[in-house]
Every structure is written in structure tokens, then in C-alpha cells.
Design a binder for this molecule. Structure first.
Ligand SMILES: [Cu+2]
Length: 466
């Protein structure tokens, strides 16, 4: 099912991919051959255990979340995708800086029910390490399929992982998901008001479990790698008596660790955070703190109540203590832009576009049309994009293919790579991005996936020089 191969060289099966002997043989061949990470991914409705419930969820290979994939810069990903659903589906490789065309990260593709598609993605040798992820991305089906469980992590082991103080810490992937199930465990379909706000389920899980225990050694560190794979729910994370030392955001490492008491994680966002076990031996709760992402609609499901997500329990003592380095990976600010574009986010009563009796969501007054290019940019251009949100709900905006830097209040780019940015209600956010490679069509959209499905998505074409 999951194997690491080197083209024309050898195949090694199993989740623990290669024996040491195999690894050294592979290293010897590194310069001539590209390493291949190959697996089958079947999307299918399956009975799975989610927390204390049996759920008829959508699963990859019978798993929710799907299998964790690991790769390195320079690897080739070969993913044999089988659509075992009764509706169209596909895969998007969220955050990977790879081509968005052909059989690579092509979210325009639609794989019909019972059909298969082979994705082939070459990860550039210069690709940063980080937490990326895969999920379906067919317009009008994204919220349904992701909220029913179709998501998995795609970790790229890179620059950040080679820092000894970080490599020394045990790591825990934390995939946050929420599910709406009826009493029989079958996913429910939301009404139009829930879709407008963005559906949320009251069963909240980490890696498919309710309040799992995460062990931590006193005096040591743990690396928590968060992914918000919910279709709409925001998480405002706090850890009792501990702070987070954030070392990476969506698109890769920060220049230096940043200590934070809380982390806000919108759908699609990732954070890599180190936690130091300096407190007395005990258990400490990872809590989802209240956050209101919609105003003026009476709160309801869009105001999350405090909730225990996981428990960190001290067990044993680390062999040694150490400090985090104050320098991680250099992050150069992008140079000044050649142009500024404005994207008006239309949503809510009076701002959307009525279509077929339902409310749709728009960007610059237009709903998604895969056959229309909304934004054309030149290869090698650096641009500022401003998202203007006059509505009463937050919109986390995601741009495919190229990460960006958010422009801070001082007008300078913040030195962190992002691919999702929360544009809070009644505000505007500017980001800077460079289109240095990968010509062709890609997209940008709100990552509240109901909003994307209702039309809040545009087509970007990166044009080569003619
Ligand atoms: Cu939105």
C-alpha cells in the first residue's frame, strides 16, 4: 500500500520505510536517481471509529484522517488515487510549491465515481520542509468530502528538521477535524444557513480520537504539528501552564521561534509548535478557547465553546535538557511589488449573488467559473494582493501553488511563509507573493469550504514570457 522506491532500483514496503542498510545504499545512488514515494489512496465511505462513535465517514484507505505521507525535497510523489465514492472527487496537495497543471497538483481535475487517476508530483529539491496536506477539491463537493473525513498530512522533511534541537524532540502530528453525525453515525447534510456560516460538527477529534493523551518527558520538549482539517471550524488553542514556541507556519520555518500563549488556526492552516515540559509532573489540557468568526448571526455554531481537545501528561524525565536555537531558517522578505490587486469578498445578506434560490459567495462580484480566468499574472512578477472583507464573517483566504508573506501593520512583509490568511470580518489584509515558476492555471479561494463551494473562488493564470 505504501512504499518507497527508487526508480528502477528497488522497492521497500511497510510504513517504516527502509532498513538502515537500504538507506545507505539509496544514498549512494542519490545523485543519479530520484527517490519515489508511491502509494495507493482510495476514497470510500466506510465505517470507522471516531472518538466514541461508529461513523459512516469518508475515509482514505479506511482511515480518518488518511495515512500520513512523508517525503523529502527532490522526491517524486506517485499517488494512485481511486475514487470509491458515488460522486466526483480528486486530490489537492495543499501548500506544496509544485506545478498546478497536468497530473501534478491539478485541482481542476475531476475524477468520476469508480474511476482512478495517477498523480505524479516532483517536489523541487529547494522545497522547504513543513506540514502540507491532501484533501479533495472538486467544486461543490469540497465541504461535503472534507467534513466527512477526507484529509491527511503530507510532511516534507527539510531544512527545519535538520536543526539538532528540533530533531531531538519527539513529535506529534495533530489533525483537527469535526463531524456532524446523526444518531446512527451517518453524516448529516447542513441546511442553507449552516452552509452560509460554514458547517460545523459537534464531534471534535484529534487524529480521529476524543481527548487523546500525549506523553511528554519532564525537562524535554515535544514538537506539536497542528493541521486544521475542518471544513469551517476555527481553533483557538491554549495549553494550560505552557506556552507554544512556534517554529513554522503553513509554508515553512520561521527565522526564529516565537513564543505565544495561544494559536489561532483557521481551516487549512498549519502550525509547528515546540512545548517545553518545565512544569510539575501532572496532566495539562490542550483547550479550544472561544472564538467568534461570525458576528451578527447570533453566534450559534460559529462561536466555539471552550472544549478539551487533548491532554498532555508528564511521564518520565528527559535524559537531557536543552534550549531552542534563536535562529532557525533564514526567511528573506519579498522585494517590493510591481502591482497591487484588490479582491472584494462578497458574502452575507446583500453581498452575495443570488442564484437558483440559494445564496452564493463571490470575489469581485463573480462566483467561480472554471472556464474563466479572473486574474492574470506574469511569470517572475511580485505582487501585493489585498483582500477586502466588508462582511460580518471571517474568510480564511488560500492561494494555491505559491506561498505568500502577510504585510504587517508597518507596511513591511512579515517574515513567515503562509498559504492561508484569515481576513477578519470588516477588515482588509494584504499579502505579497512572487510567481517565480509553474506557469498555468491555479486558484485562490476561501477555505471555509462551504464558501468555496458556493462560489468564493477565482482562477489565477500565471503566464510565461512570450
Ligand atoms: Cu469564507
Amino acid at each position: 500500500m505504501y512504499s518507497l522506491t527508487r526508480r528502477g532500483f528497488l522497492t521497500a514496503g511497510g510504513a517504516l520505510p527502509l532498513a538502515i542498510g537500504g538507506l545507505s545504499r539509496l544514498r549512494a545512488a542519490e545523485e543519479v536517481d530520484q527517490r519515489v514515494v508511491e502509494l495507493d489512496l482510495t476514497a470510500q465511505q466506510d465505517w470507522v471509529r471516531l472518538g466514541n462513535r461508529d461513523a459512516y465517514a469518508y475515509a482514505f484507505n479506511g482511515l480518518v484522517p488518511g495515512p500520513a505521507i512523508e517525503a523529502r525535497p527532490g522526491d517524486r510523489l506517485l499517488i494512485h488515487f481511486h475514487n470509491g465514492l458515488v460522486e466526483p472527487s480528486n486530490l489537492h496537495y495543499h501548500g506544496l510549491h509544485v506545478p498546478s497543471t497536468g497530473s501534478a497538483d491539478n485541482a481542476m481535475l475531476s475524477v468520476p465515481p469508480r474511476e482512478s487517476f495517477n498523480y505524479q508530483i516532483d517536489i523541487p529539491s529547494t522545497h522547504p520542509g513543513g506540514i502540507f496536506w491532501y484533501h479533495p477539491h472538486v467544486h461543490e463537493f469540497a465541504a461535503r468530502q472534507v467534513s466527512r473525513g477526507l484529509a491527511g498530512t503530507l510532511i516534507v522533511r527539510g531544512d527545519l528538521d535538520q536543526i539538532p534541537e528540533i530533531a531531538a524532540a519527539p513529535e506529534q502530528i495533530i489533525v483537527l477535524q469535526d463531524f456532524a453525525l446523526d444518531r446512527g453515525g451517518v453524516p448529516t447534510e447542513p441546511g442553507i444557513m449552516e452552509k452560509m456560516a460554514g458547517r460545523e460538527g459537534d464531534l471534535v477529534t484529534i487524529n480521529g480520537r476524543i481527548n487523546p493523551t500525549i506523553l511528554i518527558q519532564r525537562g524535554g520538549w515535544i514538537r506539536l504539528r497542528f493541521l486544521n482539517a475542518s471544513s469551517s471550524r476555527f481553533y483557538r488553542l491554549g495549553l494550560e501552564e505552557h506556552s507554544f514556541h512556534v517554529i513554522a507556519t503553513d509554508g515553512g520555518a520561521l527565522a526564529a521561534p516565537e513564543e505565544q500563549a495561544e494559536i489561532l488556526l483557521a481551516p487549512g492552516e498549519r502550525v509547528d509548535a515546540m512545548v517545553e515540559a518545565t512544569r510539575p509532573d501532572a496532566s495539562y489540557r490542550l483547550i479550544n478557547l472561544p472564538y467568534r468568526r461570525v458576528t451578527g448571526m447570533g453566534g450559534g455554531p460559529t462561536t466555539s465553546a471552550p472544549m478539551v481537545l487533548a491532554t498532555l501528561t508528564y511521564r518520565g524525565t528527559a535524559d537531557q535538557t536543552w534550549n531552542l536555537p534563536q535562529q532557525l531558517v533564514s526567511v528573506d522578505p519579498l522585494p517590493g511589488p510591481s502591482s497591487l490587486r484588490t479582491f472584494q469578498l462578497g458574502s452575507g445578506m446583500g453581498m452575495g449573488v443570488m442564484a437558483g434560490g440559494g445564496m452564493t459567495f463571490a470575489i469581485n462580484g463573480r462566483t467561480f467559473n472554471p472556464d474563466r480566468v479572473d486574474t492574470r499574472v506574469r511569470l517572475n512578477a511580485v505582487e501585493d494582493w489585498e483582500f477586502v472583507n466588508p462582511s460580518t464573517m471571517d474568510h480564511p483566504m488560500h492561494i494555491h501553488t505559491n506561498p505568500f508573506q502577510v504585510i504587517g501593520s508597518d507596511g513591511a512583509p512579515i517574515r513567515a511563509w503562509k498559504d492561508v490568511v484569515v481576513v477578519p470580518a470588516r477588515s482588509r489584509v494584504r499579502v505579497r507573493t512572487a510567481f517565480r515558476d509553474f506557469v498555468g492555471r491555479t486558484m485562490y479561494h476561501c477555505h471555509i469550504l462551504d464558501h468555496e463551494d458556493l462560489g468564493m473562488m477565482g482562477v489565477l493564470e500565471i503566464q510565461g514570457n512570450i
